[in-house]
Structure formats: C-alpha cells, structure tokens
Design a protein around this ligand. Structure first.
Ligand SMILES: [Zn+2]
Length: 202
C-alpha cells in the first residue's frame, strides 16, 4: 500500500494561482461545484466541451502549449479517444501528485455523487464504486490534436490515434475486491479447513 501523500506539500503551478482552493487543494477549472463545494472527478459538461473545442487546459483554463498532456486509461485507447480535455504538463504533474485516484491513494472510484449533483454535472456513473483502472500520461503536440466527434456531431473527446511524443505510467490498476458473496464463500471454506472436526453440528 503506497503511503498517502500530503497534498499541502505540493505546490500548484504558477499558472493556476487564480483558481479557488478547497481543503488545501487547488480546484481544477473543470471541476463541478454544487452547494458551495467542489466535486473532484465530476466535471462541468459545458466546460469539458469548451476546453476540448478551444484547446484549453482543463485544470487552469489557459490555452494549451506545445506539449499537451492527456490522462489515458486502457478503455480510452480502445475507444480511440479520451473524453477528458488536455492539460499543460505542469498542470498534469500537479493533478497526478494530489489526486487520490491518480496517485494511487484511492483504489476505487467514488460512489455516485448525490442525485442533484449528478443531474447537473457530467459524471461517470459506470465507473462509480469500481476498482481504479491503470492510468498513463500521454503527451501530444498541437499538430496531433484532433477532436473526436460522434455521428450526431457531439464532442466525444480528443483522438488518441495520433502521433504520441511520450507515454508514461501514472498508476497501476487496483485489484478488484472480493464481493460480499465471494468473501463469505471463502470464509466458509477456510473455516472448514481450519476446524479438525469439520463443520460444527448443533
Ligand atoms: Zn494548465
């Protein structure tokens, strides 16, 4: 189990100085707020599309530069695009350092946000509560920046079948935990094995 890092010790990039802070952490521009608190990992849908369309950093909202960082899961490479906008390399480094999902402190995606929040913000209910996947950081150039559109013209994300300058691992996938049913079965088997007389009879 990796040691949890202390987020306060990591300084946000200077370009993110104007962003609000919450609990000692800089809150990314794309992060959804509801009732006065940010929901890390839950994005404002409009900002997601704006960032992808206008080549803005999802973290600091400033235009992306010559190196564009993408956070990519295996499912994204299979789909051929990543639905999250790009980041400056230094914004990506900060996100990786402090985000519990990216720095392996968390092994599972958060449970679904409250219904009111999920209704307003883009969430990923399919991932909620599931074990964390492997993440990589990919770096592309402005020439390789292409938007993936759905058949109806919706912005799906940023295409991944483009020249990639560098890929580096961010975190490994978390092992799936036993379901309650499997755990009960396993306990029963171990009890049988550890008891010399076999299962207890009344
Ligand atoms: Zn940035």
């Amino acid at each position: 189990m990796p040691k949890p890092r202390r987020p306060r010790a990591v300084r946000p990039p200077a370009r993110a100085a104007a962003l609000p802070r919450h609990g000692g952490l800089t809150v990314p521009w794309i992060t959804g707020w509801f009732d006065g608190r940010p929901y890390f990992g839950v994005n404002f849908p409009v900002r997601r599309v704006q960032a992808i369309t206008y080549r803005l950093c999802q973290f600091c909202r400033q235009p992306l530069g010559r190196r564009i960082g993408l956070v990519v899961r295996p499912a994204d490479s299979t789909a051929g695009y990543v639905d999250e906008p790009g980041m400056h390399p230094e914004c990506l480094d900060y996100a990786v350092a402090v985000c519990p999902m990216l720095n392996s402190t968390m092994d599972r995606y958060r449970a679904k946000p409250p219904a009111a929040v999920a209704g307003l913000l883009a969430s990923t209910p399919a991932r909620a509560g599931k074990p964390a996947e492997a993440y990589e950081a990919w770096f592309i150039t402005p020439n390789g920046y292409e938007i993936a559109y759905g058949p109806d013209g919706t912005v799906l994300g940023i295409r991944l079948d483009v020249p990639v300058l560098m890929k580096k691992p961010v975190r490994a996938a978390a092992r799936p935990r036993l379901t309650d049913e499997h755990a009960a079965l396993l306990r029963a088997v171990l009890d049988l094995e550890s008891s010399p007389e076999g299962p207890a009879t009344p």
